[in-house]
Design a protein around this ligand. Structure first.
Ligand SMILES: C[S@@+](CC[C@H](N)C(=O)[O-])C[C@H]1O[C@@H](n2cnc3c(N)ncnc32)[C@H](O)[C@@H]1O
Length: 221
């Protein structure tokens, strides 16, 4: 699909910064042995994936809430990867693994098709400037990739407090990659059952309204 240029294996292998040496961090291509560990982790079911978890409130609470599930998180910022891994160690979250880096090439290459029960993308970076719009996560190719990786009946949960980003999600997601809009209700029981991310807690404190999308992957023919 080619969402991100260059060969991931080469780019990651040649990075000079060593991967974080923490039990809950996986560094495929970057650290010998982690490719197999990653492959084994994504073979677990149900598999839940958070993209851009930031401060690790949601991902750690989800892993604690769902000890039966394998919870995998991707985050570009090393400090939040470290924070999630340290909290996972402290709280004994054996079902949580985090990867430092852009989620997209890892998803594209290393996560099996029709495997993911839940994707969570909470308060994605809005990239306000027009010339930066191409950096937004929600592009048709990305939505298609998520649809390809989701199992039948799998969910895509997206939350945002940015009106323009909510419009983009309305435009980009339904009917692409097999996603059907199931709810935009913040009081949807499926949403209420989920933890809150750091940004969402902040919005609640400050009285900023947020959009809550729940998409469901249609069954494959
Ligand atoms: C606005 S913050 C929201 C953090 C958190 N989800 C929350 O709701 O509090 C967006 C986060 O996504 C991360 N991010 C953006 N693009 C990403 C990508 N392609 N892969 C992994 N993380 C990404 C950023 O580093 C940032 O921490």
């Amino acid at each position: 699909m080619g969402l991100v240029g260059g060969r991931l294996e080469e780019r990651v292998r040649h990075t000079r910064v060593p991967a974080l040496a923490l039990e809950h961090v996986l560094a495929p291509y970057r650290r010998p042995g982690d490719d197999a560990a990653f492959e084994a982790f994504v073979a677990r079911r149900p598999l839940h994936v958070e993209i851009g978890f930031g401060r690790p409130h949601f991902i750690c609470d989800l892993a604690a809430q769902r000890p039966d599930a394998a919870v995998l998180g991707f985050e570009i910022k090393r400090r939040w990867v470290g924070a999630a891994a340290r909290r996972a160690a402290r709280d004994g979250l054996a079902n949580l693994r985090v990867v430092e880096g852009d989620a997209r090439p890892y998803l594209e290459r290393l996560v099996p098709r029709a495997s993911v029960a839940g994707f969570y993308i909470l308060f994605p970076d809005p990239w306000w400037k027009k010339r930066h719009h191409k950096r937004r996560l929600f592009q048709p190719s990305f939505v298609e990739l998520l649809g390809d990786l989701a199992m039948d009946g799998g969910e895509l949960i997206v939350r945002t407090d940015v009106d323009a980003y909510a419009d983009l999600i309305f435009e980009e997601v339904p009917d692409v990659g097999g996603w059907r809009l199931a709810s935009t209700d913040a009081a949807d029981p499926a949403q209420l059952a989920l933890p809150r991310s750091h940004r969402e807690k902040k919005c609640q404190e400050l009285g900023i309204p947020a959009f809550h999308f729940r998409f469901v992957r249609e069954d494959r023919p």
